[in-house]
Design a protein around this ligand. Structure first.
Ligand code: ADP
Ligand code: MG
Length: 262
């Protein structure tokens, strides 16, 4: 088991049928104030336990898409629904979705003045209202899961980049999210540390976490990805089951891109 704490009651009813997609993105568009259209009519559904890997050139809208999935960015048009909760202007829905969707960034952004355990405990006590001992029990289980239980009392500055990113993953998991988003989680790491982070991500995928992963790691994409989405200019150019996508891409643009990165 990934998270061995009882799954607490969510603040809103959730759909428990496996058939309903966990993430529904309907025709979303997003133009920034500088006039850049970062997303241009993107639609995507992600099923429970599915791992979707998003690839595409720099500036194609990958990060903006992820940020729209947890409400860090507002969409101009279209609709995002997470676990049956529409991401609309309702404060209650926004807060619920923040808790449903865990996100891991390129930069780990751990709180430097808190220990590893303090970092993983924080949201549980602050947002989930758990007692310190309850939070600590859950945090230690998560730190064990990412292989860092023995570093619970260390400060972030005492850890390697790979270890810090694993703590960041544990911290996101501590909210018991329904969905995990990874935005180039290994891009800032030294090469020798990439593997340990991908290993944790593979473990999550194997345990059935619903994941949307932006990455340049094509080995990970092939192994752990159920489906690949290729974006360019704020649009989905092509998507398909992993094998099919890599072995016989349908679009010329996809072939060109794969030719450049593989
Ligand atoms: P990717 O993650 O694929 O590299 P992004 O989603 O970060 O792409 O960016 C898509 C486009 O939107 C780029 O042209 C980028 O410069 C622009 N962009 C992203 N964030 C902002 C922002 N906050 N303000 C203005 N333009 C932005
Ligand atoms: Mg990006």
């Amino acid at each position: 088991m990934l998270i061995d704490t009882p799954s607490s009651a969510k603040s809103l009813p959730t759909d428990t049928t496996n058939a309903a997609p966990v993430i529904v993105v309907e025709n979303i568009s997003k133009t920034f104030q500088n006039g850049v259209k970062a997303l241009d009519g993107v639609s995507l559904s992600v099923s429970r336990s599915e791992v979707v890997v998003v690839i595409g050139p720099s500036g194609s809208g990958k990060s903006t898409l992820l940020r729209c999935l947890n409400g860090l960015e507002d969409v101009d048009e279209g609709r995002v629904v997470i676990d049956s909760i529409p991401l609309d202007d309702t404060r209650r829905h926004r807060d619920a979705i923040r808790q449903e969707v865990g996100m891991v960034f390129q930069s780990f952004n751990l709180f430097p003045h808190l220990t590893v355990l303090g970092n993983v405990n924080l949201a549980q006590t602050l947002v989930r209202g758990k007692s310190r001992s309850e939070a600590t029990a859950a945090s230690m289980a998560l730190l064990t899961r990412v292989g860092l239980a023995d570093r619970a009392d260390s400060y972030p500055s005492q850890l390697s980049g790979g270890q810090q990113q694993r703590v960041a993953i544990a911290r996101a998991l501590a909210m018991q999210p329904t969905v995990m988003l990874f935005d180039e989680a290994t891009s800032a790491l030294d090469p020798e540390m990439i593997g340990e982070v991908l290993e944790v991500m593979r473990g999550l995928a194997a345990d059935g976490m619903t994941m949307v992963v932006v990455t340049h790691e094509m080995g990970f994409a092939r192994e752990a990805g159920d489906r690949i989405v290729f974006m360019e200019h704020g649009r989905i150019v092509e998507e398909g089951p992993t094998r099919r996508f890599f072995d016989s891409p349908r679009e010329e643009r996809t072939r060109l891109f794969l030719g450049q990165i593989l």
